[in-house]
Design a protein around this ligand. Structure first.
Ligand code: PEP
Ligand code: MN
Length: 341
């Protein structure tokens, strides 16, 4: 915490603040400028906050310097980046994770077809939702347990780790049977009970940014998972609500370098849900890789025109190898290789 003193604060007022800071076990570093004095209080932020220094004689205002999130912050790892091993696939560091698959699991044939295609093209994980957060309660809600079984079959056949969404803590036991990574959907980013239970499960998590969440709110949500002792959290930028209505969501690619500065956690980009149209998915995927993302999560379908959910944004299986190739080339320029098997 920085305590900014008023212009003309007296030596006695400054000394009084220093004494109060030290009285709660913090140290005070006084920096005297030409016009004003700033006191840096180092120690527990809550202790300093509890002193009520805002109203103390000579104090102008307080500026918090420590981030409200601690475990997610870059300082926590002293600048080192987190690298996770998901069933043999690296996420973070110099590896680029290509997570690909259908929006939703529709049938065994569809899931296996897509899984084989993305595995052959070098994807590092298979995505697919068995529980779907849909805007309309009348839309397809996912195959649930039946869908999870299909994902397990796809994993057995291709060896790809599975990324699948958990919407409700009541489904946790079923989902952890199958998921190598639990996806937290954008709409659940601030479901703190869900985050806490995922933290306790110890299963790696892919945490999507809420539709209107700030980066600080995203990092605070990650903190809920990390706080339970689960260190494997991947942050995911998937597009946010802005005034622009020409496309689904605004893909905030600034979030990539900024999150990588604020946090040691890997940053994954979802270009599919932001674009909403497959011809926009490719350029935004390349841009994400160029911006330094640690990976991409992208939707792929064997029959996009027949897809139950998010068909217009799905890359067709026959085009996926070429797509993956281009991503690989840009990721390499950004210093990353596609995560090895
Ligand atoms: C999805 O990944 O299919 C999905 C529903 O994503 P989001 O939560 O980002 O909307
Ligand atoms: Mn989708």
């Amino acid at each position: 915490m920085m305590i900014v003193m008023k212009e003309g604060a007296t030596a006695a007022e400054i000394e009084a603040v220093v004494e109060r800071v030290e009285s709660v076990g913090c140290s005070a570093h006084v920096s005297k400028g030409d016009l004003m004095t700033v006191i840096g209080a180092i120690g527990d932020r809550d202790h300093v906050g509890g002193l009520g220094l805002e109203g103390a004689p000579g104090v102008d205002h307080l500026v918090p310097i420590l981030k409200p999130y601690k475990l997610a912050s870059s300082q926590f790892k002293k600048g080192e980046r987190s690298v996770f091993d998901i069933d043999g696939r690296k996420v973070g560091g110099d590896s680029f994770a290509l997570i690909a698959g259908p929006c939703t699991v529709e049938s065994r044939d569809q899931t296996l077809d897509v899984a084989r295609c993305v595995a052959d093209a070098g994807a590092s994980m298979l995505r697919g939702g068995a529980y779907k957060p849909r805007t309309s309660p009348y839309s397809f809600q996912g195959l649930g347990q039946e869908g999870l079984k299909m994902l397990l079959d796809a994993k057995e056949e291709t060896g790809l780790p599975i990324v699948t969404e958990l919407m409700d803590v009541r489904d946790l036991d079923d989902v952890v049977e199958v998921a190598d990574v639990i996806q937290v959907g954008a709409r659940n980013m601030q479901n703190y009970t869900l985050l806490t239970e995922i933290g306790r499960s110890g299963v790696p998590a892919l945490l999507k940014r809420g539709l209107s969440a700030t980066l600080e709110e995203l990092l605070m949500a990650a903190e809920y998972i990390l706080k339970e002792g689960n260190e494997a959290v991947m942050l995911c930028e998937r597009g946010i609500r802005t005034f622009e209505s020409s496309y689904r969501f605004t893909l905030d690619l600034m979030a990539v370098p900024v999150l990588r500065e604020l946090s040691h956690l890997p940053v994954i980009v979802d270009p599919s849900h932001a674009a909403g149209r497959r011809d926009w998915v490719q350029p935004m995927s390349l841009a994400a890789a160029a911006a330094g993302a640690d990976g991409i999560i992208v939707e792929v379908h064997n029959e996009p025109d027949e897809a139950i959910c998010d068909g217009p944004q799905a890359i067709a299986t026959e085009r996926f190898a070429e797509y993956a190739d281009q991503i690989r080339r840009v990721a390499e320029v950004a210093g990353r290789g596609l995560a090895a098997v």
